[in-house]
Ligand binder design. Structure first.
Ligand SMILES: *Cc1c(COP(=O)(O)O)cnc(C)c1O
Length: 455
C-alpha cells in the first residue's frame, strides 16, 4: 500500500523536476525564519554550508521550503551516490520498515544484515575469504577496524598520515590530522597514533620524479626508527583524501605501504568511507592501483542516505575477536540494510561505476579548461566523480580561502551547492550524485564559471 503511495507521489502526482529554479533569493523568507529556530535550538558547533531548509529531494535536486530547486554537487558529503530518495532504496526501505524495525543483530539475526555482508565480501577487492561487520557511521567503523586489527595482531601502534580525516569520535579525532575545526579543545586524544608525511604532489618540495620512492623511504624510516615495525597493528589511509582536499597519492605509494604492512605483519586498512561505492569510477578507489587491502572501511555511499557503515576484512583477522567482543545496538539496522541492498542494486543496474567515470571526464575537462583561464585555480585533481580545485593567489601557491568563499557563495546564491575541503581551507570539491543528468551538470558548471568571472 505504502509502496503505491510512494510511486504516486514520485511519478505522477508531484514529481520533482531535475532542473534548477530560483523562486526567491537564497535564503528565502521561510528558510530565514526557520534558520532562527535552528540557531535557537541546536548548538553553535554544528556548521551550515547553505542556509536553507530542505523539504524534499530527488536524484540531484534539493528543494527548499521556499520552493527553490538547488543542484546538489555534494551528495550530502558523498552519501547519495545513487541519487536522493533513489527508487530502489525507497521501495526496499518501505518494505523493510513494514516488516520490522529492530531486533538487534546479536540478539536475533535477520537476512538483510547477512546479505549486505555477503555483498561486501563479494564486491570488495581480493579473492581471499572475507568477513564483514556492520556499524552506524564511518567513525564507528574506523574505530572497529582499529580495534579488530589491534586484537588480531596483539600490537598497539597505528600509522596515519598528514591531511587525513577519519571521523569525530575520540579515537578518530586522534587519527585525523587537521586541528581546526576537528580537534581544537577536544583533547586529550587516544595514544599510540603515529602521523607520517604524505606525498601532496602539488606542494611537494622534493624531486617530483622520485616522489613515490622518496615518500615511502621517509615513511618507512620513521616507522622503523620512531615506532618499531613490530609494534604496528595497522596502517590506515584514505586512497584519496576526502576532507583533506582530494589529494591523490602518486602511483605506487599505496602499493608500497601495503607491501611494507604485509612484510611486517601489520594490517593495511583502506578508509574508503568517501571514495567507495562507485564514486571514483571504480567500485572502490584502491582498484585503480590494483591494491588489495587487508581491511576496507565503508560508509557514506553504502546505503543511499541511511546510516550504515562496514568493516570488511580477511576472515582470519575479522574472526580473531572472542564472542561478544564486537557489536552495538543499532549496527546493521534492518532498514539501513534494506537501503544498502537497494543502493548496491542501483549501482549495478544503472551502471554507476561507468557513469562516475563519464562524470569525471566531463567535470575534469571542464575544470582544467577553467584553470587555464583563471590562474586563481592552482590545481585540478581527483578521480572519477570526485574532483577538486585548489585555489591560490595567482602567480604563487599561497592558499586563497577568500576566493574560495566568494565562488562558493556565488554558486549558492544561484542555486548550486558545492562543498569545500582542504588543510588550507582553499579547495572546492565536487561530489555530484552519480545519476545527475549531463544537462544538469552543464548548468551547474556554467554557474561555477560565472562565479570565477565575478571574482
Ligand atoms: C566522513 C568520513 C569518515 C567519518 O564518517 P562518519 O559517518 O561521519 O562518522 C571517516 N573517514 C572518511 C574518509 C570520511 O570521509
Amino acid at each position: 500500500m505504502l509502496t503505491g503511495a510512494y510511486n504516486l507521489r514520485m511519478t505522477s502526482k508531484d514529481p520533482l523536476p531535475q532542473s534548477r529554479h530560483l523562486a526567491t533569493a537564497i535564503p528565502g523568507p521561510k528558510s530565514t525564519e526557520a534558520i532562527k529556530r535552528r540557531t535557537d535550538a541546536v548548538p553553535a558547533g554544528l556548521g551550515m554550508a547553505i542556509p536553507v531548509i530542505i523539504e524534499r529531494a530527488h536524484d540531484a535536486i534539493l528543494e527548499d521550503i521556499d520552493g527553490n530547486r538547488i543542484i546538489d554537487l555534494g551528495s550530502g558529503i558523498g552519501v547519495v551516490n545513487v541519487g536522493n530518495s533513489a527508487e530502489r532504496v525507497v521501495n526496499r526501505v518501505i518494505d523493510a520498515v513494514q516488516a520490522f524495525t529492530h531486533t538487534n543483530f546479536t540478539t536475533a539475526p535477520y537476512m538483510g544484515y547477512i546479505e549486505v555482508c555477503e555483498a561486501l565480501n563479494r564486491l570488495t577487492p581480493g579473492t581471499h575469504k572475507k568477513k564483514t561487520i556492520l556499524q552506524n557511521s564511518g567513525a564507528e567503523a574506523v574505530e572497529n577496524a582499529i580495534k579488530i586489527a589491534r586484537h588480531a595482531t596483539k600490537r598497539p601502534a597505528v600509522i596515519v598520515f598528514e591531511h587525513a580525516y577519519h571521523g569525530r569520535t575520540n579515537l578518530t579525532m586522534a587519527l585525523t590530522a587537521k586541528n581546526l575545526p576537528y580537534k581544537e579543545g577536544y583533547g586529550p586524544f587516544a595514544p599510540e597514533i603515529y602521523r607520517m608525511p604524505y606525498p601532496y604532489s602539488y606542494r611537494w618540495l622534493g624531486n617530483p620524479a622520485t616522489i613515490t620512492e622518496d615518500a615511502l623511504e621517509m615513511v618507512i624510516h620513521k616507522i622503523e626508527k620512531e615506532v618499531g615495525a613490530h609494534n604496528v597493528a595497522a596502517i590506515l589511509i584514505e586512497p584519496i583524501t576526502g576532507e583533506g582536499g582530494f589529494l591523490v597519492p602518486p602511483k605506487g605509494f599505496l602499493a608500497g605501504l601495503q607491501k611494507f604492512a604485509s612484510e611486517n605483519g601489520a594490517v593495511f586498512i583502506a578508509d574508503e568511507v568517501q571514495t567507495g561505492f562507485a564514486r571514483t569510477g571504480n567500485l572502490f578507489a584502491v582498484e585503480a592501483e590494483g591494491v588489495v587491502p587487508d581491511m576496507i572501511v565503508t560508509a557514506k555511499g553504502i546505503a543511499g542516505g541511511l546510516p550504515l557503515a562496514a568493516v570488511t576484512g580477511r576472515a582470519e583477522i575479522m574472526d580473531s575477536s572472542h564472542v561478544g567482543g564486537l557489536g552495538g545496538t543499532y549496527g546493521g539496522n534492518p532498514i539501513a540494510c534494506a537501503a544498502a541492498l537497494g543502493a548496491i542494486e542501483t549501482i549495478e543496474e544503472e551502471k554507476l561505476v561507468e557513469r562516475a567515470a563519464h562524470i569525471g571526464k566531463v567535470l575534469g575537462d571542464f575544470l582544467r579548461a577553467l584553470a587555464s583561464k583563471y590562474p586563481v585555480i592552482g590545481e585540478v585533481r581527483g578521480r572519477g566523480a570526485m574532483q577538486a580545485i585548489e585555489l591560490v593567489k595567482p602567480g604563487s601557491k599561497d592558499p586563497n580561502p577568500e576566493a574560495m568563499q566568494k565562488v562558493v557563495k556565488y554558486c549558492q546564491s544561484k542555486g548550486v551547492l558545492v562543498l569545500t575541503a582542504g588543510t588550507y581551507g582553499n579547495v572546492i570539491r565536487f561530489l555530484p550524485p552519480l545519476v545527475i543528468t549531463d544537462e544538469l551538470l552543464a548548468d551547474a558548471l556554467g554557474v561555477l564559471e560565472e562565479g570565477f568571472a565575478s571574482l
